[in-house]
Design a binder for this molecule. Sequence first.
Ligand SMILES: NC(=O)c1ccc[n+]([C@@H]2O[C@H](COP(=O)([O-])OP(=O)(O)OC[C@H]3O[C@@H](n4cnc5c(N)ncnc54)[C@H](OP(=O)(O)O)[C@@H]3O)[C@@H](O)[C@H]2O)c1
Length: 307
Amino acid sequence: MKILLTGGRGMVGRNILEHPLAVGLDIHSPSRNELDLRDKNSVRRYIEALEPDLIIHAAGRVGGIKANMNFPYEFLLENLEVGTNVIASAFDVGVPRFLNLASSCIYPKDVDGALTEDMILGGVLEPTNEGYALAKITALRLCEFISTRSNSIKYKTLIPCNLYGPYDKFDLTSAHLIPAIIAKIHAANLNGESTVEIWGDGSARREFMYVEDLATAVLQAALDYELTPSIINIGLGYDHTVLDYYCAVADAVKWNGDFTFDTSKPAGMRQKLLNVERQTAWGFRPSHSLQMGIRKTYDFYKRTNKQ
Ligand SMILES: NC(=O)c1ccc[n+]([C@@H]2O[C@H](COP(=O)([O-])OP(=O)(O)OC[C@H]3O[C@@H](n4cnc5c(N)ncnc54)[C@H](OP(=O)(O)O)[C@@H]3O)[C@@H](O)[C@H]2O)c1
């Protein structure tokens, strides 16, 4: 099986490439310099020449709450362009299999309880990441519409919860919650600071999965394509408070300070938890505990961070 992996230099892409299940697979993963996915003609030509049996689409403009709030136009436009270019070119060229990566941001904001796959487009989106979500929903729908047109071409979408792990962005301007916490608490520890500030009151709940577990799910879907549902949440099925994540990182860093809370800052959705019944029936279960994942991520940060 010849596989085209987009976004191979990103967090998800690198974890797929380094995963034990990827050993021996024929995976082609051009960098942005080799193939800019916003350039429709180049994307089409590349796919035509490669003739992949499967595309894993893990490229996109991805960022935390600050970046999404500051650049909604860029998050919508770039993800829309990249998604439509790759999906439409794959379909035009006749690539039979496609694994599209969406995000739990695509779900409506005011839902009680865990999010099931049939809730997509069932309500208003969280405004802090609306641009990103609209692009991701469009890509998901394109995959669905393509699959209803043909018996031999079936495009599928995995909807991961929030992720963290090696190759995450630890720069505070674009970081998601966990790498931002790691960078903040590591710096506080180095600088002998006794407090670290949390946006909001720390009670918002978040579901974060260690990225190697997502890579396992993606490769399971690639290797077991026919049995993979066409739309499937990939998550933990349980969550923690923002304060729990701060405490877990403080433990890993061995920092003994206190937290302060800035309730004037946006804290995002109160809760966003994926229902994992479909995932469980499919036969996938993440293997990393929060402590294990945070420890491996902090080890990676210490190895790669030069400050
Ligand atoms: N991170 C999460 O918490 C999370 C959660 C749920 C779903 N996801 C989804 O998982 C996928 C991968 O996310 P990630 O965390 O791995 O993001 P990431 O680390 O930012 O990686 C994204 C990759 O996409 C590439 N890319 C972006 N625009 C491109 C373009 N125009 N041409 C070529 N390459 C381009 C980037 O290339 P450069 O390296 O050159 O910038 C980068 O390698 C995304 O679809 C995201 O929505 C992520």
